[in-house]
Design a protein around this ligand. Sequence first.
Ligand code: ATP
Ligand code: MG
Ligand code: MG
Length: 348
Amino acid sequence: GSTIGILGGGQLGRMLSVAAARLGFKTHIFEPGANPPAGHVADAVTTASYEDADALRSFAAACDVVTFEFENVPTAALDLIEAQVPIRPGREALRISQDRLTEKEFLQGLGLTVAPFADVADAAAMTTAVATIGAPSILKTRRFGYDGKGQARLRSPEDADQAFADMNGAPAILEGFVDFTHEVSVIAARSPAGDVACYDPGENVHRDGILHSTTVPAKLTSSQRMDAVLLAAKVLNALEYVGVLGVELFVTRQGLIVNEIAPRVHNSGHWTQNGCTVDQFEQHIRAIAGWPLGDGSRHADVVMENLIGDDMDRVPALAAEKDTALHLYGKAEVKAGRKMGHVNRISR
Ligand code: ATP
Ligand code: MG
Ligand code: MG
């Protein structure tokens, strides 16, 4: 059978590997860190840095298609891989979503609504940004942020200096604080032929900047649900995207505001494992392998809850609950704020 290469060996790479194996593919993980969660379920693992050209070349040579669960792969590494084997989704999606400024400009260019934002390249730009965006607002590093890391909140303009100092000189953007009623996301897939399939939007609750739970169905009117799905499809088409993409949205009285996009399977799509015939991981594998997209229609109500850090202590009790599916990532070490697993509670 053919081999799917995955850049990144975290839980997303692990669940992609399991889905690929179910469809008869082999998987090969490339991961700089030791003992990656995906390593236990993949057919092969390359432990090497993204600077190691020889390792990247032999990894690519072993794969028929390469995908990623990790967005911050250095450009030079992608060039080396792409010289030998296709990368799906494509480089453009990665380039845009790696940088919050590029991402916001791209989304605006599609006619979608984003929070007011300003480029903060240096201290002088920060002063201008605070004058235009005001407060409350959030200063975010342009690159490398996740789980709310690399962000500083401004409750008033007086917080500007501290927030700027918190960025440690990294290029940032200042975003106006969106007065949302709740957050939702759309997980959507596109095939090389241009077919699009969207999962039912999920409603997301964050705690301390980290996703806590996703509930389907989300609280949305029929027209909001349609808006959400249409805008996700617009993003996929504009990028000629192949694979699964997550779109995070704020629901406001004025309509939907796009927070960010993730060019990969998404934590808020984990409910699909127990709510759909074909989950987001299989859907991604199907898309990048050029298979027809599968049936992603929702057959149950689901509440997905992340198990973070000490939540692992609850595993014995959770394992005994009815209508509850446990998904654990096999991470050796429990750390505060670390995603260790999740549960999907279903009802019909
Ligand atoms: P992820 O782990 O989803 O990639 P991230 O570090 O990229 O997270 P964001 O999604 O930008 O961070 O922000 C995390 C959370 O902070 C959001 O889901 C939302 O709850 C809140 N937030 C972010 N930006 C804004 C905003 N402009 N207005 C109001 N709340 C916001
Ligand atoms: Mg993000
Ligand atoms: Mg986010």
